[in-house]
Structures are given as structure tokens and as C-alpha cells.
Design a protein around this ligand. Structure first.
Ligand SMILES: [Zn+2]
Ligand SMILES: [Zn+2]
Length: 144
């Protein structure tokens, strides 16, 4: 993945991408709006912007599906979240505490920092809130 690009994706949009990934790759505008407590028009505006950025394929009035690029970012955001929750769990945070705490700062961490933390943890495969998927470059030693 091209480094630096993820900083152009706002925290809320990163959350949308992770949510869509966890929902199976596609969602309706209504589902986005309901899940994030925003109005349908705010939801469809965000979807339109992410479609313009090539992250989502948008069908008017139906919903949105992750593009290949969107999926790549969603996986990265999920991995970043889970590496950080695992890190905090080592300091006594429960899963719920770790997830809540990580949401406050995960968006501001660079790809390089995430990869170094991943390496320092020994490229773990499981976090407190799900499986950690690795990617080339960071996790060369632990590829299946
Ligand atoms: Zn979590
Ligand atoms: Zn790794």
C-alpha cells in the first residue's frame, strides 16, 4: 500500500470502511446512518466522497460496496486497531477498555509506527478483539 495516503482518510471514514468490511463488504446508506447515529443525508454524502476517492463503489439509493482499494484500507485500519488493542491489553486493559482507548488515537498513528509495533510484538495473529491479518513488508517473517 502507498504510504501516506491513509492520512487523507478522516477518522470517521476509516470507521465506515472498517464497519463495511465487518458487515461483509457492502452496506446500505440506511445501515451506515443507523449504525453511526448520523442522518441519511450525511451518510450518503460520506459515501459519495469515498466513492470519488475510489474507496467505494456507490449505487444511488441502494448503498455502497468496498472497492479493491477500499478493502485494502479497511484491512489495514482493522489491523492497526487490533495491534494497538493487543498492545494495551499488555498493560492491563480489558478488551472493552482497550477498544475504547485505541479509538481515541488509532487514526493518528503512521503506517510505519503500526508496522514497528507489530514487529516488536512478534507479528501476533490474535488480538483481544479479533484476528490480526498481516501484510507484506511488515510481516515478512510470518507469512503463511
Ligand atoms: Zn477492538
Ligand atoms: Zn506484523
Amino acid at each position: 500500500m502507498a504510504s501516506g495516503v491513509e492520512e487523507e482518510i478522516t477518522p470517521r471514514k476509516a470507521e465506515f470502511l472498517k464497519y463495511i468490511l465487518e458487515a461483509g463488504g457492502s452496506v446500505t446508506t440506511t445501515e451506515i446512518a443507523r449504525n453511526f447515529g448520523i442522518s441519511p443525508s450525511t451518510g450518503s454524502k460520506a459515501i459519495r466522497e469515498m466513492a470519488e476517492a475510489g474507496l467505494l463503489a456507490h449505487t444511488p439509493y441502494a448503498g455502497a460496496a468496498l472497492t479493491e482499494k477500499g478493502e485494502e484500507f479497511a484491512h489495514y485500519f482493522q489491523r492497526r486497531h487490533r495491534i494497538l488493542t493487543l498492545l494495551l491489553s499488555h498493560y492491563g486493559f480489558t478488551q472493552g477498555e482497550a477498544c475504547a482507548e485505541v479509538q481515541k488515537f488509532e487514526y493518528y498513528l503512521s503506517h510505519e509506527a503500526v508496522n514497528r509495533i507489530c514487529a516488536s510484538l512478534g507479528h501476533p495473529r490474535m488480538s483481544v478483539c479479533g484476528r490480526i491479518e498481516h501484510e507484506e513488508g511488515c510481516c515478512f517473517e510470518c507469512q503463511e
